[in-house]
Write a protein that binds this ligand. Structure first.
Ligand code: DON
Length: 364
C-alpha cells in the first residue's frame, strides 16, 4: 500500500466517523426539540423559566425590601405631581402569555408622563414606517437631561430620539390627523389598545403642566428654527402635554409593556396593537435613551430596555417573556423613580432576566 493510498483510506475513515457523529447528534437534537414541542403543547413549562410562585416571591421581596426607602423627591416642576403621596408604591408584572403578578398600589392611577413617548413612537412608526421616523427624529442617545436645550443645539439631528422631550414633540408632530383633537383621540385610542382598557386624561395634571411648560414650548420653537418639527409647534406641544397626562395604573402599564414583549400583540385582548416588525427598534431606543442620562448605568446594571416617567412610573420589557411596571413617585436627579429602579433591578437579578447575561433565562 502506497503512502498516498493509506492517507486516503484514513481520510475516508475520519469522514465516515464525522458523518456518523453528525447523524447521531442531529437525531438527538431533533428528538429533544420534538420532546420540547410536545411539552410546550402539553403546557409543560421550560425547566429554566421561573414558576409563577418564584416570580411572585421575587416581587413580594422587592416590595418589602424597598417600601421604606425615602430617597428621592417627587417632581414638582409640574406642581400637581408634587401633591402625589410619595409613599405610593406598586409593582406589576404581566407575562407575554397574559399572567399577572402584583404587589402594593397597583390600581392607583398616576400620570404616564414620558412613558407615553414609547407608544407615540410606536404609533408614528406604524403610520409612517420606521425609516421615516429614523430620518425625521433619529435614535441617538443625548447623554443629557430629558429636557435639554443644549442637546437640541448640539446634536446633528437636533431632535435626538423619540424618547427625549424635543424628539417626542417632533414625533407627535409627525402623527397624521386632520386636527389637533383628532390627533389626540388617535393617540389616546392607541394607548388604550396597548393597555387593554379605556384610558383617560388626568385633567388636573394636564392643566398644571400646560400652565408651566415654557421649557417645552422653547424646545419646539428651537426645532422650528432647525426645521425639525413637522406640524404647528404650539399645537404639537399641547398634544404632547395631553399624552403625558394620561392616567394609568401600574397594572395597566405592565400590560402596555407586555404588549411590546409580546411582539406588539396585547396578551390580554389578543389584539395586534403595534406592528411586530417595529418592536426591535422601539426596544433598542428604550435601551439607549429610556432613562435619559441614566440609561448607560441602567443597561450596565440591569440590562433591560426600559422607560421612565416623572409621574414615578418605569416599565422594563423582557422580549418574548413579559414586562414589569413599578410606580413610586420620588425621583432621582435624572428624573427616574428611585424605588422603581431598585425594585426592577432586584427582580431582574433574582429571576436572571438581564438580556446581556449568559445567566439569562433560557440559555443557562
Ligand atoms: O415634558 C415633560 O417634562 C413631562 N411631561 C415628561 C417628562 C418626563 O416624564 C421625563 N421622565 N422621566
Amino acid at each position: 500500500m502506497t503512502l498516498t493510498n493509506s492517507v486516503t483510506r484514513m481520510k475516508e475513515k475520519i469522514a465516515t466517523r464525522i458523518a456518523l457523529a453528525a447523524l447521531l447528534l442531529s437525531s438527538a437534537a431533533s428528538a429533544a426539540f420534538a420532546q420540547g414541542a410536545i411539552q410546550a403543547a402539553a403546557g409543560v413549562r421550560s425547566p429554566v423559566a421561573p414558576t409563577k410562585e418564584q416570580v411572585q416571591a421575587a416581587v413580594n421581596e422587592a416590595y418589602e425590601k424597598f417600601k421604606n426607602n425615602t430617597e428621592g423627591k417627587n417632581a414638582d416642576y409640574i406642581p400637581e405631581l408634587g401633591k402625589v403621596d410619595p409613599k405610593l408604591y406598586g409593582i406589576a408584572i404581566v407575562t407575554a402569555d397574559g399572567q399577572t403578578i402584583t404587589a402594593g398600589d397597583v390600581d392607583k392611577a398616576f400620570s404616564i408622563q414620558s412613558i407615553s413617548k414609547v407608544f407615540s413612537m410606536a404609533l408614528a412608526m406604524d403610520e409612517l414606517g420606521p425609516a421615516k421616523v429614523f430620518e425625521k427624529v433619529g435614535s441617538e442617545p443625548t447623554g443629557r437631561p430629558f429636557n435639554s436645550v443644549e442637546a437640541v443645539v448640539d446634536m446633528p439631528s437636533h431632535t435626538g430620539n423619540p424618547l427625549v422631550n424635543a424628539g417626542a414633540i417632533a414625533t407627535v408632530s409627525l402623527i397624521q390627523a386632520p386636527s389637533a383633537d383628532a390627533k389626540w383621540n388617535k393617540i389616546l385610542n392607541f394607548y388604550s389598545k396597548a393597555a387593554g382598557e379605556k384610558l383617560q386624561i388626568l385633567n388636573d395634571v394636564y392643566k398644571s403642566e400646560a400652565a408651566t411648560n415654557t421649557g417645552n414650548k422653547a424646545l419646539a420653537a428651537l426645532l422650528l428654527k432647525y426645521e425639525r418639527i413637522y406640524a404647528d409647534p404650539v399645537e404639537s406641544v399641547d398634544v404632547y402635554t395631553k399624552q403625558c397626562s394620561v392616567g394609568v395604573t401600574a397594572k395597566e402599564l405592565a400590560v402596555m409593556g407586555a404588549t411590546l414583549a409580546n411582539n406588539g400583540t396585547n396578551p390580554l385582548t389578543g389584539e395586534q396593537v403595534i406592528k411586530r416588525e417595529n418592536v426591535p427598534e422601539i426596544l433598542a431606543t428604550m435601551t439607549m435613551a429610556g432613562l435619559y442620562d441614566g440609561s448607560g448605568g441602567w443597561a450596565w446594571h440591569v440590562g433591560l430596555p426600559a422607560k421612565s416617567g416623572v409621574g414615578g412610573g418605569i416599565i422594563a420589557v423582557v422580549p418574548g417573556k413579559g414586562a414589569i411596571a413599578v410606580f413610586a413617585p420620588p425621583l432621582d436627579k435624572a428624573g427616574n423613580s428611585v424605588k422603581a429602579q431598585l425594585a426592577i433591578a432586584y427582580v431582574a437579578d433574582k429571576l436572571g432576566i438581564n438580556l446581556y447575561s449568559p445567566r439569562s433565562v433560557g440559555v443557562k
